[in-house]
Design a protein around this ligand. Structure first.
Ligand SMILES: Cc1cc2nc3c(=O)[nH]c(=O)nc-3n(C[C@H](O)[C@H](O)[C@H](O)COP(=O)(O)OP(=O)(O)OC[C@H]3O[C@@H](n4cnc5c(N)ncnc54)[C@H](O)[C@@H]3O)c2cc1C
Length: 336
């Protein structure tokens, strides 16, 4: 690994050394990133990616930190955060998906154009999911109501194929732009992709942006559906507490007799477990909540405890949905 100039100005975009990550995640645990890069555009992202790889690092990608547990201490290497790449726009009418990602209808023209004529939105990776859903609702674009209330960013949502019983992120995807190891971009049409449950199956490549296609519908109907789903979500998930979403993926219903991961945890008494200030949510057995001063070690240990308890009592080997960034995992790239 090449040595890294310790000045933030050595990077081609905004950069922070020893940047606190806890406040950038919804669970609020963890330490610092040795380097945190914050590109504001896809071009800056490309430069940042290449600069990191030239220095021997494989960057980790941070979206809204809503499905992530970051280790305590200093995470070596580079984290690229997409927060600043937050643009959402309507593409120029009738351009193809690839061009749509690069084109934007001028504001004046956009106001005059009927949104139903070309019901598409372009999002950069850092656009937040709530902002995307608000834009869709305001334009009368239906298709993503089922994931209302899911926090995070579009890049993370696409990579994780975020969703629930009323739909998934990929239901509206027309095209996704991803980055290759060498920093070049490639566009993947929906027909050529094979998204899986909570995994877009993109080979770990960074999502740079996406084109989404919707179904034009009356705003009122869209709003009603969103309100109904949100109300339900608030009754079954601890949405106002510090958590990282679901800890485990739901197992194959044939293996678990249709029981979700949360129900399995509940049935084996997992809700009684805690570690330090990390507890299992009384509302939902698949959520770990940081009640204040939990550490990543508390959370990692509690996650393992739950996994082992379910395995011992049911024989089911639950798979982690939440991503775990361990300080001991140093991701290196070959340097020339
Ligand atoms: C209260 C609560 C409720 C939730 N409800 C749901 C739900 O109903 N359904 C659901 O599916 N999820 C849910 N989640 C989890 C979370 O909101 C989703 O997984 C979300 O899509 C994560 O997006 P993010 O931007 O926060 O990703 P992060 O947490 O930042 O990252 C998650 C993973 O995606 C990778 N990643 C991030 N950005 C990119 C990118 N641009 N390109 C490639 N990889 C990237 C990261 O490296 C990491 O591996 C919930 C979370 C919370 C806290």
């Amino acid at each position: 690994m090449a040595s890294v100039d310790s000045s933030p100005s050595a990077w081609p975009c905004a950069a922070l050394r020893d940047a606190d990550l806890a406040r950038r995640t919804t669970l609020r645990v963890g330490g610092q990133a040795e380097w945190l890069l914050e590109p504001a555009t896809p071009e800056e992202f490309q430069d940042a990616w290449r600069a990191a790889r030239e220095r021997g690092f494989v960057p980790r990608l941070l979206g809204g930190g809503a499905n992530l547990v970051v280790d305590d201490g200093v995470l070596p290497g580079v984290v690229i955060a997409t927060d600043r790449m937050r643009r959402i726009f309507r593409p120029f009418p009738e351009v193809s998906g690839e061009e749509a990602l690069n084109s934007e209808t001028p504001r004046g023209e956009m106001v005059q154009r009927d949104p139903a004529e070309d019901p598409r939105l372009v999002c950069w990776a850092g656009a937040t999911m709530p902002a995307l859903l608000r834009s869709a609702r305001e334009l009368g674009y239906s298709g993503l109501e089922g994931i209302v209330g899911v926090p995070g960013q579009v890049g993370g949502g696409v990579a994780m194929n975020a969703g629930g019983k009323w739909g998934d992120m990929w239901d509206c995807i027309e095209l996704v732009r991803v980055g290759n190891d060498d920093g070049s971009f490639v566009d993947i049409a929906r027909a050529d992709a094979d998204p899986l449950y909570r995994n877009a199956n993109l080979g770990g490549r960074p999502v740079i942006g996406a084109v989404l296609r919707f179904d034009p519908q009356p705003k009122l109907l869209i709003q009603e559906r969103m309100s109904e789903y949100l109300l339900h979500k608030r009754t079954v998930q601890p949405v106002t507490e510090w958590s990282a979403g679901c800890v485990f993926k739901n197992p194959d219903p044939e293996i678990s007799d249709g029981r979700s991961a949360g129900r399995l945890v509940d049935e084996v008494g997992g809700k009684e477990l805690s570690r330090g200030a990390a507890i299992v949510s009384p509302l939902h057995g698949n959520f770990i909540v940081n009640t204040g001063q939990a550490t990543a070690t508390d959370v990692f240990t509690l996650m393992e405890d739950l996994h082992d308890l379910v395995a011992q009592k049911t024989g089911i080997d639950l798979v982690f949905e939440v991503k775990r960034w361990r300080a001991q995992d140093v991701l290196t790239a070959p340097t020339s």
